[in-house]
Design a protein around this ligand. Structure first.
Ligand SMILES: C[S@@+](CC[C@H](N)C(=O)[O-])C[C@H]1O[C@@H](n2cnc3c(N)ncnc32)[C@H](O)[C@@H]1O
Length: 651
């Protein structure tokens, strides 16, 4: 197991080798068995194996991982076929190391679930007539949805285009990487049988609504959603919708409420609109005003302030003087102002923050900037007008953040088979982004447009057969090249394992330069980027991805985390320094760091200040003035100069 300290994870060469070998051995075994017939498992033995492992996991036994190791880079696309176009198969049809394209497997859970930090697994049997066969099913990373373990909550499981492979220990397993490949049905969910008797069908839809309401009262939101969805499928059939149109509207209105609570905002808006009656009687107006309110809240949470304004205005028309709508409309005016002017009350925003409320209520401000191609760097962000130093270049609320103290936080050692590198990855962020996209398919395109090494099949479609499909591997790669850390704002403990991370989509277009013209700060999940030099219209905006003053350390970080070699003016000059000069500078910079840590600037004695001045001079002297011209920063002097500026401000 890796140990960690501060921002570094120490992996002994043996541990790194072990991780590499485990992954490589698995790949070799997989290729050896590819296409082989599956070996039958002993039913009783398999169930008792899973039961034992589940007990061990529950009691925090041997299987609990603190920093799990995951292999990445073995990509394959998610299933995009509709369920009815897939041909059924049985466990006995499975072939080793095979993606069963065009097939679907319907199974039921046959054992307790073994819940581990990065995955869950259980034993499954064919749903129909499958008493003799049993197989292992593993869900990697995306093992929970809406706070429930998907395998634990499932009774019947449909696996689209099942992938049958080996675990790292060499055991055969069905493996789910893309959550959209897994469809689960819970025991208490009723099926939508077809029936020609309209009255009977209507009764069925009503019972779905009642069951949904009961589940909602009990706080089981996913079950309430499933019941309303079943009810809607029936109530939207022509025979029912022509005789009882209000049934579908009621179901939609109720589902809109559940969707809002589940943060499924796209569907909350669609449901609210579908619930509108548009009649003039008092009851209809009351119901419509409710629907408009739900649509307004969902649009507001999506940052669609113009739409939200429309929905709340409609609510006010139907319910004049409504307090909630009035407050929302007042807030929308503020958001629209922030969006167009970039003027924020940052002091006030800061006062609203706490661990319990780490996100701010603020709009994005993008109008100063535009995304364009940047020679040799893919795309970049450019100034759309002159921006004076100190002004806000852009401000953006995170698309997704995972705070170090969140339950969703999960850090793993990832070994990427493509570049043979082991990294520490905030895989909890990938998981949260995927969940958010599945819940809000309208956002998929924006995230998938970001830069990532793996491009997937790029079909351009995100919703297939009414279901959102998200390629987990693409999201992982996008997260790796675009995520930033909002710092430890809420007293999070130090260390990479507890680091907070997030994705800011517009800011993700900003390229790196060691001589940056903009600097970011965070207020909760709001990233505020300010110009640190005047930026002319048309100029590219840069911030620094890594601020190490040491050339080698910076290049290594930029290559490992971001996959490029920086050739900004500073790197070009630093590259020419001799190894001896670089070493001397590095040693002096370390001395400066230690000095600053040891000596507080306030009340510093004259002799201490003189020491600092000498240290600053010694670092300065490692820079050749002929080559380090005006405008090329001497990064190693920064720490000590900042100390000196505070300790002797008159100097
Ligand atoms: C956060 S994204 C920036 C936007 C990206 N250029 C795009 O086309 O979407 C980070 C990626 O941009 C590229 N990049 C950023 N700064 C660069 C630089 N100074 N030189 C070369 N590539 C750079 C690298 O591929 C890096 O992994």
């Amino acid at each position: 197991m890796a140990s960690h300290d501060g921002n570094t994870v120490f992996l002994s060469p043996q541990e790194a080798e072990r991780i590499r070998n485990t992954v490589k051995d698995r790949l070799t075994k997989c290729s050896e068995v590819a296409g082989n017939v599956r070996e039958t498992r002993d039913v009783k033995g398999s169930i008792s194996q899973a039961t034992g492992a589940s007990l061990m996991a529950d009691t925090g036994g041997a299987q609990r991982e603190t920093l799990p190791a995951l292999a990445v880079g073995q990509t394959y696309p998610p299933c995009t076929a509709s369920l009815q176009d897939l041909q059924p198969m049985k466990l006995s049809d499975l072939k080793m190391e095979t993606h069963h394209r065009g097939r679907k497997l319907t199974v039921k859970r046959a054992s307790p679930v073994v819940v581990l930090s990065a995955r869950s697994w259980t034993m499954v049997q064919d749903q129909e007539g499958g008493g003799d066969e049993i197989e292992r099913l593993e869900v990697c990373l995306h093992k929970s949805r809406h706070g429930q373990d998907v395998l634990e909550s499932a009774s019947v499981i449909v696996i689209k285009e099942p992938y049958f492979t080996l675990t790292e220990e060499g055991e055969a397993t069905l493996r789910i990487d893309h959550p959209s490949d897994l469809i689960i049905y819970r025991k208490d969910e009723i099926s939508t049988e077809t029936n020609d008797d309209v009255a009977a069908v209507e009764k069925l839809a009503k019972s779905c609504k009642d069951k949904g309401n009961t589940a909602l009262t009990k706080g089981d939101l996913p079950l309430a959603h499933a019941h309303y969805t079943n009810g809607l499928k029936i109530a939207r059939q022509d025979a029912v919708s022509s005789t009882s149109p209000d049934l579908a509207r009621d179901l939609s209105r109720n589902r809109a409420h559940v969707n809002l609570l589940l943060n499924q905002l796209d569907e909350a808006i669609a449901d609210s609109k579908a619930a509108l009656i548009g009649a003039g009687d008092e009851r209809s107006q009351e119901l419509d005003s409710k629907a408009y309110f739900r649509a307004g809240c969902a649009a507001y949470n999506l940052g669609q302030y113009d739409d939200a304004k429309h929905f709340f205005e409609e609510r006010l028309k139907l319910a004049p003087g409504n307090k909630e709508a009035t407050i929302y409309l007042r807030n929308i005016e503020k958001r629209l102002r922030e969006q167009s002017t970039g003027k924020y009350d940052l002091t006030k925003l800061r006062t609203t923050l706490s661990r319990a409320r780490p996100r701010v209520d603020a709009a994005n401000f993008f109008t100063n900037t535009v995304v364009k191609d940047s020679a040799g760097k893919g795309r970049g962000l450019f100034a759309a007008r002159d921006i004076p130093a100190g002004d806000i270049v852009m401000a953006e609320k995170a698309f997704c953040t995972v705070w170090g103290f969140d339950e969703d936080a999960l850090t793993a050692m990832t070994y990427d088979v493509r570049d043979d590198r082991i990294r520490v990855s905030p895989v909890g962020l990938t998981r949260s982004i995927v969940q958010k996209l599945l819940s809000n398919p309208s956002q998929i395109g924006k995230v998938m447009d970001l830069f990532g090494d793996y491009q997937g099949d790029n079909s351009g479609k995100d919703v297939f057969d009414g279901c959102a499909v998200v390629d987990t591997f693409r999201v992982h790669d996008i997260m790796s090249r675009n995520a930033f850390g909002p710092g430890s704002q809420f007293g999070e403990e130090g260390g990479v394992q507890n680091a907070s991370t997030g994705l800011w989509i517009h800011a993700a277009y900003i390229n790196h330069s060691c001589i940056a013209n903009a600097k970011k700060e965070y207020i909760g999940d709001l990233m505020v980027l300010r110009a640190i030099t005047p930026i002319k219209a048309g100029e590219e905006i840069f911030h620094s991805y890594d601020e190490s003053s040491d050339y080698e350390a910076r290049q290594e970080a930029l290559m490992t985390t971001w996959g490029f070699e920086c050739n900004c003016a500073l790197c070009e000059v630093e590259k020419e320094d001799s190894p001896a000069v670089r070493k001397k500078r590095r040693d002096l910079a370390t001395e400066a760091d230690e000095f600053v840590e040891r000596e507080h600037w306030s009340g510093a004695k004259r002799i201490t200040i003189v020491k600092a001045q000498r240290l600053a001079k010694a670092i300065e002297e490692t820079y050749d003035a002929k080559r380090y011209k005006e405008g090329v920063p001497r990064l190693a002097t920064r720490t000590i100069q900042e100390w000196l500026a505070k300790a002797s401000p008159r100097k």
